[in-house]
Structures are given as structure tokens and as C-alpha cells.
Write a protein that binds this ligand. Structure first.
Ligand SMILES: Cc1cc2nc3c(=O)[nH]c(=O)nc-3n(C[C@H](O)[C@H](O)[C@H](O)COP(=O)(O)OP(=O)(O)OC[C@H]3O[C@@H](n4cnc5c(N)ncnc54)[C@H](O)[C@@H]3O)c2cc1C
Ligand code: SF4
Length: 494
């Protein structure tokens, strides 16, 4: 009986929520997909085949009970669907918007494999929780009883916030420290509004505040307060600082005026979107308006940069990637969105050098920046072909000799990925073990580091990863911290 409303994939086709047309969405930073109307969400949820062994669920890092909340949605029981969905996911409306579903839940949907087009799981997850917010079903933590133990969380990104929410609901005293002036980590200053509108993040931060989580912002641990001081203040500490050291290029003029780092560029744009005044944006340094823009990289960060440049009114936007379309790390959905918005992808291409307007003695003062660096005028592009597969099985790009050419550009954005900062050195902490890549060593299940009572989650453990993995880590670490603290309390009481 329960499946009566289900298995409609044979008669009902796959539909995503309406996507705003490329011309109008390129004018602003609002999300590009509209919300499902209730009837459409019900209809699309009813396409689920209610598999006995749901591959979507096993490929969702949070093991969301997807078939359950799809069925409840199909039956019009949206509040129950929300309750089911938030049992396993702290921020379902955020994952619904920005998970690469094609690689996770939807990529493993059985009806997709039988040629019917996957259930639009992400869009329905977003619909359920956005409806819950509208209806007032999303409530801040209200623990049945308060506990004395306190936890200091360093980093207010999705990993830290997911842990904060869960610990606070258990009644622990939670303080979150972040070096930025707003909480959210990459959700607020990395990912642009056209993928995740800022008020969606800010209402979650407010919900945590309303539930009693304390935020200490503008507080750079290691500078404004020492790690040891935080350890001294709290009974347990969670490190959730993400990865922020930018990979760079070893080529001529890599620091020229007009060559900028992706995160500086995106942070400025996100701040402007939030209403802040940003001098580097106003004076044009971090603003693509009217410029020929070249973005280097093929991951999610590069996709966010090219699409931001379009919205800022760039004259042209080209994305250089040294492999081909099939081998790029960024989501194919985002590539398609970028192409619709006017981005040109230059596959099998890598930068060889950046050339300035005028070099040497003849350089005009106005063409230098304050440090006397030349202003970028063009990128020397080297053409590549894919060679033999390396040990990972991936084909390595090889240079095609003599195929170089110059591409004019006034703004070049380097989106080459991120590495961990050297936390033990920066924080002067002995005994905090790291891997050879610099990520913090933590137990996979408990998230405990080599220091007693110190746990770590998210990108600083995994390397640059995904929001959904940070949420999973944060939730798991909260449970381990609770075990650690209540275990410790038991020992102390004996
Ligand atoms: C441009 C961009 C786009 C992305 N798009 C997607 C996407 O579409 N989908 C997806 O799933 N993932 C995406 N990601 C990846 C995703 O954002 C990260 O995997 C995720 O945010 C990691 O969460 P986290 O909590 O570990 O760290 P973060 O989100 O990086 O948060 C870490 C926080 O710690 C703070 N911090 C760091 N050091 C200190 C210190 N010393 N003292 C105090 N505070 C400190 C930082 O200010 C920050 O707020 C994207 C990443 C980038 C850069
Ligand atoms: S959290 Fe991500 S992977 Fe899991 S169901 Fe939601 S969109 Fe899919």
C-alpha cells in the first residue's frame, strides 16, 4: 500500500525545478534554480522506486533515509518528511543546493540506470527543508537539561557548525571561534550566492545562536588567542579550520598586478553581495567589470570564479584547464551552467607565463601597482595533449611543443586548489600529529587527534573535500566528544 503513490518513474519524466534563463541570472547573484511548487515536489518524489537496498542512501555520505522522505513527500506528509530528513542531516537545505548529486545520491539512483532519469533527490531535499523553515518547523536547540562541560570549536564552517548544533542539543556548553567576522566558513565567503544564497547560511547561524551556541568571531586562533588557552578554557576542543593555503604557479610574473587568488576574489564578491564595502573591489583589483578574464583551474572553485566574473560584467571569460572536459574535477552540471552563461572553456591548455603591459625601464608608473609590479596584459597559453595514464590511472597532460599563443587578459584568477596550513607550527602546538600532506591525523571514526580531548573534522583532516563530508564528520565528532566527556565525568566521579 505504501508504494501506491510511488514507482511513477515509468509514466512521469524527470524534472528539475525551473532554471532561470542565462541572460537574467547573469545579472545578479541570486540562486539559479527556482523552488519546486508543492504539487511538483509531490509528483517528482513519487518517481522513486523504493528500492529494498537503496543505493542513493548508501552513496550519500550522511546515509540519508532518502526513500523514506521521498515517500512521505509524495504522500503530502511534508512535516514528517522534514523530521525524517533532519535526523541524519544538520543542514539538508544546504546539501540539497550544493552537493554534487550526480556523483553521490542521484548518480546511484536505480531508475537512472534503467534509463528513466534519476529522481531529483537534491531539489526535493531542498524543498522539504525550505518548506520547514517557512512553516516554522525548524527550531533551535532546546536541551532537556544543561550540562556543565564546555567544548571549544575552532572554525565556523559546516564541520564546526554541525558539531556545535549536535553538542548543544545534548546540553553541552559550546563556543565557536572563527577568524572571520561572520560564521559559515566557505559557505559564507567561498561559495557564491548563485549556488547558495547568503541568507540561507545566516538563518542557520542565527538558529545556533538562538539555541545557545556562543560565537567568538574576529578571533584568529594562534594570533588573538593561543591554542593552549582554548584548551585551558574548555573540556574538549574540536579543530575544524578547513584548508586555506593556495597552490601557486611557478611561472613568470605569477604575482603581477591583475593576477589574483581565487579565494581573495570570491571572498570580496561574497562580501559585496552581503552589503560590505570592499576597497579592492571598488578600485577594480578584485572586480572583473569590463575586463577580459582568464581563470586557471578545472575544479568547483574555478567554476565559481568564472560565473562570478560573468555576473560582475566581464568583457569575456575564459577558463583554462590542462586536461579535457571528461577529465575535469568540477561538476559537469556547473560546466554546463557556466557555458550557458557565456564562459568559454579552453581545454588542454595551461599557462606558460604572464606578460605585463610594458616591461623594464619603459614601464609606465600607472601600469605598475604600489609594489612596482607590471600590470598583466596577456597569458602565454601552452597547448597540451593527454599522454599515458599515471599510477592513479589518470592520463597525464603533456606539452605540445611550438603550439603556444598569447591570450589577452586584464584579470587572471588562479584557482589551483588548496592545501592545509601548518597548524602545529602556526599554533606552536607540540604533539599534534599531521600526515605528510599536512592534514591533521585523526581517527576515522572517533575523530580524536593525537592530543587527548582534541578532535578534528572536515577539510583540515580530509584535504579539500565537500560540505556534506564536513557535516558528517562534525556530527560523528560530536558523538565522540560526548562519549569522551561523559566517560571522563564517570571516571572523575568514581
Ligand atoms: C570556492 C569553493 C566552492 C566550493 N563549492 C562546493 C560545492 O558546491 N559543494 C560542496 O559540497 N563543497 C564545495 N566546496 C568545498 C566545501 O566548501 C568545503 O569542503 C567545506 O566548506 C569544508 O568545511 P570545513 O568546515 O572543514 O571548513 P571551512 O568551510 O573552510 O571552514 C573553516 C573555518 O575555519 C576558520 N579558521 C581557519 N583557521 C582559523 C584560525 N586559526 N582561527 C579561527 N578560525 C579559523 C575559517 O575562517 C573558516 O570559517 C567549495 C569550496 C570552495 C573553496
Ligand atoms: S546530503 Fe547530498 S548526497 Fe545526501 S541525499 Fe542530500 S544531496 Fe544527496
Amino acid at each position: 500500500m505504501a508504494t501506491q503513490k510511488m514507482l511513477k518513474f515509468v509514466t512521469i519524466g524527470r524534472e528539475m525545478p525551473e532554471k532561470r534563463d542565462a541572460a537574467s541570472r547573469s545579472e545578479d547573484f541570486h540562486e539559479i534554480y527556482r523552488e519546486f511548487a508543492a504539487a511538483k515536489a509531490t509528483e517528482q518524489a513519487s518517481r522513486c522506486s523504493q528500492c529494498g537496498v537503496p543505493y542513493c542512501q548508501s552513496h550519500c555520505p550522511l546515509h540519508n533515509n532518502i526513500p523514506d522522505w521521498l515517500r512521505l513527500t509524495a504522500e503530502g506528509r511534508t512535516q514528517e518528511a522534514y523530521l525524517r530528513s533532519q535526523e541524519t542531516n544538520t543542514f539538508p537545505e544546504i546539501c540539497g543546493r550544493i552537493c554534487p548529486q550526480d556523483r553521490l545520491c542521484e548518480g546511484n539512483c536505480v531508475i537512472e540506470q534503467s534509463g528513466h532519469g534519476t529522481v531529483t533527490i537534491g531539489a526535493i531535499e531542498k524543498y522539504i527543508t525550505d518548506t520547514a523553515w517557512e512553516m516554522g518547523w525548524v527550531q533551535p536547540a532546546a536541551p532537556a537539561s544543561e550540562r556543565m562541560e564546555s567544548i571549544g570549536i575552532i572554525g565556523a564552517g559546516p564541520g564546526g557548525l554541525a558539531a556545535a548544533d549536535r553538542l548543544r542539543r545534548m546540553g553541552f556548553q559550546v563556543t565557536v571561534y572563527d577568524r572571520h567576522d561572520r560564521a559559515g566558513g566557505l559557505l559564507i565567503y567561498g561559495i557564491p550566492g548563485f549556488k547558495l544564497e547568503k541568507d540561507v547560511v545566516e538563518r542557520r547561524t542565527q538558529q545556533l545562536r538562538d539555541g545557545g551556541v556562543e560565537f567568538v568571531l574576529d578571533c584568529n586562533v594562534g594570533e588573538d588567542i593561543s591554542f593552549d588557552a582554548i584548551r585551558g578554557k574548555h573540556d574538549a576542543v574540536l579543530i575544524a579550520t578547513g584548508v586555506y593555503k593556495t597552490r601557486d604557479l611557478d611561472i613568470d610574473n605569477a604575482e603581477a598586478k591583475g593576477v589574483v587568488r581565487a579565494l581573495d576574489y570570491l571572498t570580496a564578491s561574497n562580501r559585496v553581495d552581503l552589503g560590505d564595502e570592499i576597497p579592492d573591489y571598488e578600485d577594480g583589483e578584485l572586480n572583473a567589470k569590463g575586463k577580459r578574464v582568464v581563470v586557471i583551474g578545472g575544479g568547483d572553485t574555478a567554476m565559481d570564479c568564472v560565473r562570478t566574473a560573468i555576473r560582475q560584467g566581464a568583457q569575456s571569460v575564459k577558463c583554462l584547464y590542462r586536461r579535457d572536459r571528461a577529465n575535469m574535477p568540477g561538476s559537469q552540471r556547473e560546466v554546463q551552467n557556466a557555458e550557458e552563461e557565456g564562459v568559454e572553456f579552453v581545454w588542454l591548455s595551461a599557462p606558460g607565463a604572464f606578460a605585463g603591459h610594458v616591461t623594464g625601464e619603459a614601464m609606465q608608473a600607472q601600469e605598475r601597482d604600489v609594489d612596482g609590479l607590471p600590470a598583466i596584459a596577456s597569458v602565454r597559453i601552452q597547448k597540451m595533449r593527454l599522454g599515458a595514464p599515471d599510477v592513479s590511472g589518470r592520463q597525464s597532460p603533456e606539452l605540445i611543443e611550438g603550439a603556444d599563443y598569447d591570450e589577452p587578459a586584464e584579470l587572471v584568477i588562479k584557482a589551483l586548489g588548496f592545501e592545509p596550513e601548518e597548524l602545529p607550527r602556526l599554533w606552536g602546538v607540540e604533539g599534534l600529529n599531521v600526515t605528510r600532506w599536512g592534514t591533521i591525523k585523526a581517527d576515522y571514526q572517533t575523530h580524536q587527534t593525537s592530543l587527548p580531548g582534541v578532535f578534528a573534522v572536515g577539510d583540515i583532516v580530509r584535504g579539500a573535500s565537500l560540505v556534506v563530508w564536513a557535516i558528517r564528520d562534525g556530527r560523528e565528532a560530536a558523538d565522540s566528544i560526548a562519549d569522551f566527556l561523559t566517560g571522563a565525568a564517570r571516571v572523575a566521579a568514581e
